[in-house]
Design a protein around this ligand. Sequence first.
Ligand code: HXC
Length: 257
Amino acid sequence: MSEPLLLVERREAVGLIRLNRPRVLNALNTTLVRELADVMEEMDRDDEIRVIVLTGNEKAFAAGADIQEMAETTPVQFVVKQFFADWERIRRIAKPIIASVSGYALGGGNELAMCCDMIVASETARFGQPEINLGVIPGAGGTQRLTKAVGKMKAMELILTGRMMSAQEAFELGLVNRVVPQDKLEEETMALAGEIASKPPIAVRLGKQAVLKALDLTLEHGLHFEQNAFFMLFSSEDQREGMKAFVEKRKPEFKGK
Ligand code: HXC
């Protein structure tokens, strides 16, 4: 039997997914991305899971799309296979996803990390969009998400030179949330995941959606979305509980209702 492409476990309210093609630095082939979307959708439906963590191994989060698989693909095959359909499914996951990155996050690997909602990086992490060196450009959102994350000038440089940047540089540019020592990566990621998992899940979900809208909409439309989400939360039990607990000076107990 061949090794599973993903190792999946649950740790309390956190669903942990580990990319598992270590021999090719977790290169993302189409089967892996499909299975990843399947597992994430399952976790999205599972009421016991509140936060998803996506990680790789010490050497690589993912060194990009699988170049071997991609090299001979024709444009028509990309269209017929709907090459990016599973990436779209990942984009639509409602629960927060934290990428926990050690080693290489390159090309599609960096794009996958950027599809997540937060990135915790080890000091050894290396981020980049090296597609230019292969005669192409990023295809899974890299030109768009990197530009929104770090601004036009830096994104232009990174995409046109293909150079890798350190975790520290990525942190300074606002691409990653935290840089931690390699041996603390899992602990720090799980601490962040646990903190978010303790918050009221419906508000977390709408908070994620609203922040993503900011990347997409005009201020006018974004504010409209935010206000409606804000109003909607006043129909949740968690809003009653959160505000009551504050007034009663006790810890709230959120139920996701
Ligand atoms: C297929 C890959 C791979 C990839 C590494 N490997 N990256 N296989 N696709 N993206 C394989 C190597 O062929 C090698 O297999 C094994 O993993 C170990 O890699 P090495 O190169 O020997 O390791 P090292 O010398 O440490 O160099 C690490 C590296 C280098 C700098 C990360 O592997 C590299 O440059 N990889 C390609 C990075 C890249 O260009 N990514 C963008 C891909 S395009 P063997 O069998 O020889 O041991 C892309 C487009 C996205 O992502 C579009 C949408 C999805």
